[in-house]
Design a binder for this molecule. Structure first.
Ligand code: ACO
Ligand code: LMR
Length: 613
């Protein structure tokens, strides 16, 4: 809480931040840390369109939680020590939210950041503030700072600027200006020419600021910590003449170095409106030259131009040191504010090994890339799911015959009726009320060597036997001797007399389109032997896909690479991918049935299911 009428902010002041200005809050907390404050200067944030919660910030190396309240009143009740509201509301709601803050007795100072607040509303608010004995800084301001104690929002810019301008520890200068930008410049000039700033305020560039240059100079006059005053005025308005009067009446007795900017306006033939709403000379008296002359006559130290502003400030400072009004203090060792990791990375100051390497796709550039192809190119080239799969699984855009084959494998494995184990499990889960992912996964988990997961096994067994020069008969005998089923052979329902059309389709395509099919030819010889024993020991759909794919891989990659993909289990992925289509279909089907059958051209298709097992 402010201890007296001239101290608005000190090292114990805590503020509310109205609206979720997280960058400004982090900058305030960085300043606090650099200044050696024990508690963050932000007690809470007010988010009128959100809900109560917390927001995470750094306070030095530690992370702290700053509470967020929807209601200002609620925030005030929770934090009775807070007496400052930094209002980041837009120009539309700045006035009403300031009024809301006025209604809270503990709030003494409201800083209005927004530009464009209606002038009539501002005049009403200023009158109300006077009546209630409250202070407004702004609108259209960056705020202000009490060096080493309290910083409003984005005042002073980054922590590097703050440290360069020595704003992390107090000096002896009280500074006030309209402009926030120029005040940053002035803080730097003050730091170079004196023992530093004590307090700096930017009152904002509007015609009717909530507090004036003089209001703050009078506060500084009363503050014994402040030994000299520095002020920047501006062309337009008559605020500076109130300072002239105060000098004459000896209300201001501390040395004042002041410059009114906008002297260049006389170089223009017509009246010039500078950046601020108030920065326009309506009469001779409002010109910068007239004001500078009047100030000089009243006893202010007025430079000849902005160029020797610093020099004049230095002169006044040195004379105060000589008179022992100011005793320069030893420079404290600055507390180093840790740099944000992202900033350090950008500046090339730190490095960190990547968590892992990935080589198949990239989303760091402007456009997502599959392999080295941008996603738009993938579509321009109409690569289809087979092309995408070939890039993402095999890091290579395989030729058309191969990508078409990939698509065929997905099509033939998509579903095999509701009675097979995967579909059955998905159906049971769906009927038990489970969601899509759970139902899908419970079906997927049945995929294994006896159901859909024999593709790699078949590819591996047959290619090893072939590479070892075993005849088909020797291969069958070897397997029998081991007492192991030949992966890719056998079907519970399909047989020589009830052939599996999926196998025919795959086989025929491979024979027609592949460069060569030595492994398929070998497998068909094996099938002749097994089916002669039992007519259901056919080359099944897993076996046919696996063996054909091994032929394909051996045509497009080195034998080592082809074998590696098979060992990795890549080919079972084809069944996983294909069958997920059918399993999702079964899930949807069950959920739909639960809602009651609906009329559809295919509704006469309704199986009464018995498991094959
Ligand atoms: N290799 C050699 N003999 C076999 C094979 C085989 N792959 N499969 C079955 N047999 C023999 C059995 O040894 C048994 O012989 P026996 O009567 O002399 O004891 C007889 O055939 C019946 O065996 P079951 O295990 O009862 O055969 P079933 O028809 O129930 O099993 C299955 C079918 C599971 C597909 C089986 O053939 C098999 O395990 N095959 C290998 C794995 C495979 O390819 N799975 C994928 C199937 S396709 C798919 O899921 C999409
Ligand atoms: C399938 O595609 O699901 C089948 O070949 C397996 C089976 O048991 O019929």
């Amino acid at each position: 809480m402010a201890k007296n009428d001239y101290v608005l902010f000190d090292k114990n002041t805590q503020a509310f931040i109205y609206n979720m200005q997280t960058n400004a809050v982090q900058r305030m907390l960085d300043f606090d840390y650099a200044s050696g404050r024990k508690t963050p200067s932000v007690a809470a944030m007010i988010n009128p369109t959100g809900s109560d919660g917390f927001q995470k910030f750094f306070f030095g190396l530690k992370e702290v939680l700053v509470p967020v309240y929807k209601s200002m009143k609620h925030a005030a009740a929770k934090h009775p020590n807070v007496d400052v509201m930094i209002n980041f509301a837009s120009f539309r709601s700045a006035a009403s939210s300031t009024e809301e803050a006025f209604a809270i007795p503990q709030i003494h100072t409201v800083v209005i950041i927004a530009e464009g607040v209606p002038e009539r509303r501002m005049r009403e608010l200023t009158a109300k503030a006077k009546k209630l004995n409250k202070i407004i800084i702004g609108p259209a301001t960056v705020g202000g700072i009490v060096a080493g104690q309290f910083k409003i929002g984005n005042t002073g810019g980054t922590i590097e600027n703050i440290m360069d301008s020595k704003l992390h520890r107090p000096g002896s200068v009280g500074f006030v200006s309209k402009s926030g930008g120029l005040s940053n410049e002035a803080y730097n000039i003050v730091a170079q020419n004196t023992d530093g700033l004590y307090e700096g305020i930017a009152i904002g560039g509007d015609r009717f600021p909530g507090s004036t240059l003089l209001d703050h100079l009078l506060r500084f006059e009363k503050n014994p910590e402040i030994k000299m005053l520095v002020c920047l005025g501006e062309v337009g308005g008559s605020d500076e003449y109130t300072i002239v009067e105060a000098l004459k009446k000896k209300q201001i007795t501390k040395p004042l170095v002041m410059w009114v900017t906008g002297t260049c306006s006389k170089a223009f033939k017509t009246e010039v409106q500078f950046g601020h709403a108030g920065a326009k000379a309506g009469s001779e008296a409002e010109t910068a030259d007239a004001k500078n002359a009047a100030l000089k006559a009243a006893g202010a130290v007025v430079p000849n131009s902005f160029d020797d502003y610093g020099e004049k400030i230095a002169q006044v400072y040195k004379s105060l040191v000589k008179k022992k009004v100011i005793t320069p203090k030893p420079e404290p060792t600055p507390v180093k504010v840790p740099m944000d990791y992202t900033t350090a990375v950008k500046a090339g100051l730190v490095r960190r090994p990547a968590n892992f390497i990935s080589t198949i796709s990239d989303d760091r550039g402007e456009e997502l890339k599959y392999g080295c192809l941008e996603i738009s190119d993938v579509f321009k080239r109409d690569l289809g799911i087979g092309g995408v799969l070939s890039i993402l699984w095999f890091k290579k855009l395989l030729p058309k015959y191969a990508t078409k084959f990939i698509e065929m494998t997905i099509m033939v494995t998509a579903d095999h009726g509701p009675a097979v184990s995967g579909a059955h499990n998905t159906i049971v889960a769906a009927r038990a009320g489970k969601d899509l992912i759970s139902s899908l996964v419970s079906g997927m988990l049945t995929i294994g060597p006896r159901f859909g997961g024999a593709i790699d096994g078949a590819a591996q067994l047959f290619s090893e036997a072939y590479d070892a020069g075993r005849t088909p008969q020797q291969f069958v005998d070897d397997m029998k001797a081991k007492g192991a089923n030949i992966q890719g052979i056998g079907h519970r329902v399909k047989s020589v007399h009830n052939p599996d059309m999926r196998v025919q389709i795959i086989k025929e395509y491979a024979k027609k389109q592949f460069k060569s099919t030595p492994l398929l030819d070998y497998a068909l010889e094996v099938e002749k032997i097994t089916t002669s024993k039992k007519d259901n020991l056919i080359l099944n759909v897993d076996g046919c896909i696996g063996i054909c794919f091994a032929d394909l891989l051996r045509s497009e990659f080195s034998k080592e690479e082809a074998d590696m993909y098979i060992k990795l289990g890549a080919l079972n992925g084809l069944f996983v991918l294909g069958r997920s289509i059918g399993l999702i279909g079964h899930f949807l089907d069950q959920k739909r049935l639960k809602q009651g059958l609906y009329r559809h051209p295919w509704d006469d298709i309704a199986y009464m299911v018995d498991m094959k097992e």
